[in-house]
Design a protein around this ligand. Structure first.
Ligand code: HEC
Ligand code: HEC
Length: 360
């Protein structure tokens, strides 16, 4: 883990987040990318600008504060988990374990997803139960991930806000509102809105750089859009249908049902919608950074990308709600290899950089 001074951290994460370079000075960085008061990052890339809610404008100082909070384990119930703990660079900014283990060693039921481009998502979690990044941050912090308990968030925020170094920043960013559950969540959400992955080799290829993809990767791209029909659900540019819709799109693709008694299956989206057609349906995750973020699926049940691709190009696991869009695509081994190679071109060039933390 690299540590850089707090005041460099902001420009650094912007640099790494858009893949513009690796120097801590931010040299060569397009200044238009840096959010000034109210302006959203990502404006120049293929994904467009990140939507920013009117009640939580993006400012450089708020992003810098959120960046520190995201990395600070003192936010958790027992001081063992920061947000970053389960969204680490080494794991493609998803989780290493099949299913995450939260603060107080609580075993959770799902796999930590990749958090690049979450600023563009309409809903959060594998079942889309959270409607904003601010709400999601409070959910993760109060729930099993960080273990603080929803009722204790304001007290924990006050504790954090009293640490010298944080106190001044909360004052500068939020004035009289100070450090509360709301302001902590707003700062973290703001930082997350700067985590943009829009400069992969695929993106360079699409913007005209023919050499950005090998021949094998290009044939994988063709298969993805054609014979293998992956693009039906994993639609460019996010490689998820999720982003284009208001409430998200959820499918039962047969993951998490094999060998599990029906009444013990994770019902996924059905817990939110209460609709039987959402039984064991999960969102279509983005495939950006997929090669870096094993293991796969909402239960982390598949260890390698090749296995995940073979599963998705196959007939799935029969169950009472399997979507008819999952079927055997009849791919050869060469075609599977090409698909896997293509997915490697979606690896995000950026990484999250650990800031120096106040009082630590
Ligand atoms: C113990 C591991 C753990 C910690 C700590 C953790 N997360 Fe997560 N995160 C997860 C898991 C697991 C999920 C998926 C949960 C689900 O779908 O039910 C998730 C989901 C998310 C998502 C939704 C992504 C998506 O694709 O829908 C975001 C955003 C996120 N976390 C941010 C955070 C923030 C912010 C914090 C700190 C406040 C945090 N995480 C702390 C494990 C963790
Ligand atoms: C019917 C829509 C649909 C189609 C078609 C589809 N997928 Fe998926 N894909 C999903 C859903 C939904 C999930 C999440 C399932 C879960 O975890 O329960 C998923 C998950 C994945 C994952 C794991 C992602 C992660 O973050 O763990 C990979 C890799 C993947 N799909 C690749 C592909 C490929 C390659 C194809 C084409 C052969 C394909 N998919 C076709 C809907 C689809």
């Amino acid at each position: 883990m690299r540590y850089v001074p707090v005041f460099f951290a902001f420009s650094l994460v912007m640099v790494t987040a858009c893949g513009g370079g690796d120097s801590a000075s931010g040299e060569g960085q397009d200044p238009a990318f840096l959010p000034t008061e109210g302006a959203a990052p990502g404006g120049g890339g293929p994904l467009g600008a990140v939507p920013v809610p009117a009640n939580n404008p993006l400012t450089a100082a708020k992003v810098a504060l959120g960046h520190q909070l995201f990395f600070d384990a003192r936010l958790s119930a027992d001081g063992t988990r920061s947000c970053y703990s389960c969204h680490q660079n080494e794991d493609g900014n998803g989780g290493a374990l099949p299913t995450a283990v939260g603060a107080l060693d609580r075993q959770l039921t799902r796999h930590s997803p990749v958090i690049w481009n979450v600023g563009y998502m309409p809903t959060f979690y594998w079942d889309g139960r959270s409607g904003s990044l601010e709400a999601q941050a409070k959910g993760a912090w109060g729930g099993g991930n960080m273990g603080v308990g929803a009722d204790n968030l304001d007290a924990k925020a006050a504790e954090i806000g009293a640490i010298p170094g944080y106190a001044e920043q909360f004052e500068a960013v939020f004035g009289d509102r100070g450090a509360t559950a709301e302001t902590v969540a707003e700062a973290i959400a703001s930082y997350e809105r700067t985590l943009i992955c829009d400069n992969t080799r695929y993106d360079r290829f699409m913007s005209g750089d023919q050499d950005a993809l090998s021949e094998q990767e290009q044939s994988g791209l063709e298969l993805f859009n054609g014979k293998a029909a992956c693009a039906t659900c994993h639609t460019a540019p996010f490689f998820s249908a999720q982003f284009a819709t208001e409430g998200g799109i959820y499918y039962n693709v047969g993951i998490g049902v094999a060998g599990v008694p029906e009444d013990q299956v994770d019902v996924g989206r059905m817990a939110v919608s209460e609709l039987p057609e959402d039984w064991a349906a999960f969102k279509v995750p983005s495939l950006r950074n997929i090669a870096a973020s094993a293991p796969y699926f909402h239960d982390g049940s598949v260890a390698s990308l090749e296995q995940a691709v073979r599963y998705m190009a196959g007939p799935g696991v029969a169950n009472k709600n399997l979507t008819p869009l999952i079927m055997d695509r009849g791919l050869t081994d060469t075609e599977v290899d090409a698909l896997v190679a293509f997915l490697g071109s979606l690896t995000c060039p950026g990484e999250l950089v650990a800031p120096e933390l106040p009082g630590g």
